[in-house]
Design a binder for this molecule. Structure first.
Ligand code: NAP
Ligand code: HSE
Length: 331
């Protein structure tokens, strides 16, 4: 049995979810994949905070200690500057990295992926887009044989939670508070409600779907100005309001847009409620592929993080068995 040590940076919504999920799934992973995943160190900001179910002896405020202690480093701190410097350090020290951080990748993805490729380490980022929905894998692998024409979807769980709760009569502010309490919102929730979080995710999806073509246009607006009257007017017309992100390629040009759209009840995206996300990927041969599921929250996001960790651990195991094997996930 190969033991794989994991250094966990951050133990908030996602990090704690990861600790709990791994504890629950560890035996199954050992017997199914032949790797024993063990969290060896966890970096936090505040050692005094109560963290039920987390072994206090693993906690430290030294992120470097965590990076040094792991074969794989999981980044779940959030923000851009600090995680960028920690991820750079982890890569420089030859650690594989898994991150849920779309803000970081939207800003510095190309640099991070290039550094990782040069150092021969992997960067997994399934959790950074659409929480538990395997949309990155779908684009990178499942649909690799087709040309993608468009990607359209609900990519921000908090905005969707607010809009669908408003349909039930909850006020905007109360719905947003509830989304924050449940751990769906970003530390700065204006990233959610002003469309920036969805824009970062859309940028990542487009960079995979359209192989790094720079978008010609990128329009971003959020849900901040949506009123209860707007929501009920849409309902009276047999439709709903949703924040929809679209990436379309036509004639070699890519256009990105995030904004509130009125969509009819019969549209599959209209049935995506609460913190769920939904994405329609249109392939030239395959037509429309619709993926939906929980797009935010501790356990769905932790599931995506854990699948990246398993994939990297198994890849390393195979490399040890056949040293000539090249990295499949040096993205
Ligand atoms: P969070 O609940 O705010 O947790 C952040 C964690 O980072 C906390 O444990 C915090 O420590 C720790 N931290 C902050 N600054 C630190 C520092 N200087 N040194 C060491 N630790 C530090 O955030 P989250 O919701 O888990 O989100 C984490 C990342 O996942 C973000 O990039 C977010 O966009 C992404 N994401 C979140 C979700 C979701 O549903 N929440 C879903 C997908 C992706 P303390 O606990 O001591 O404060
Ligand atoms: N704040 C994000 C959202 C978390 O609400 O979708 C998941 O990426």
């Amino acid at each position: 049995m190969k033991r794989v040590d994991i250094g966990l940076l951050g133990c908030g919504t996602v990090g704690r979810g990861f600790v709990h999920l791994l504890e629950r799934e560890r035996t199954r992973i050992r017997s199914r994949y032949g790797v024993d995943l063990s969290i060896t160190r966890i970096a936090v900001r505040d050692l005094a905070k109560q963290r039920p179910g987390v072994d206090e002896r693993l906690l430290t405020t030294s992120a470097l200690e965590v990076i040094q202690a792991g074969d794989i480093v999981v980044e779940a701190i959030g923000g851009v500057d600090l995680p960028r410097s920690l991820v750079r350090t982890a890569i420089a020290l030859g650690r594989d990295v898994v991150t849920a951080n779309k803000a970081l990748l939207a800003e510095s993805g190309p640099e991070i992926f290039a550094k990782a490729a040069a150092r021969g380490v992997a960067v997994g980022f399934e959790a950074s887009v659409c929480g538990g929905i395997p949309v990155i894998r779908a684009l990178q692998r499942g649909l690799a044989g087709d040309s993608i024409e468009s990607v359209a979807g609900i990519l921000n769980g908090t905005s969707n939670f607010v809009l669908t709760r408003m349909e039930d009569g909850t006020s905007f502010d109360a719905a947003l508070r509830l989304a924050q309490e449940r751990g769906f919102a970003e530390a700065d929730p204006s990233l959610d409600i002003d469309g920036h979080d969805a824009a970062q995710k859309l940028q990542l999806l487009a960079s995979i779907a359209f192989a790094g073509q720079r978008p010609a246009t990128f329009e971003v607006s959020g849900i901040r100005d949506v009123t209860a009257e707007d929501v009920s007017a849409a309902r009276s017309r047999g439709s709903v309001l949703r924040q929809v992100a679209t990436a379309e390629e036509s004639g070699g040009t890519v256009h990105l847009r995030v904004g509130v759209r009125e969509i009819p009840d019969c549209d599959p995206l209209a049935r995506v409620r609460d913190e769920c996300n939904g994405v329609v990927i249109r392939g030239r041969s395959v037509g429309d592929v619709f993926l939906t599921g929980r797009g935010a929250g501790a356990m769905p996001t932790a599931a995506a993080v854990l699948s990246d960790v398993i994939e990297i651990a198994v890849m390393r195991l195979r490399q040890e068995a056949a040293p000539g094997l090249r990295l499949a996930k040096a993205v």
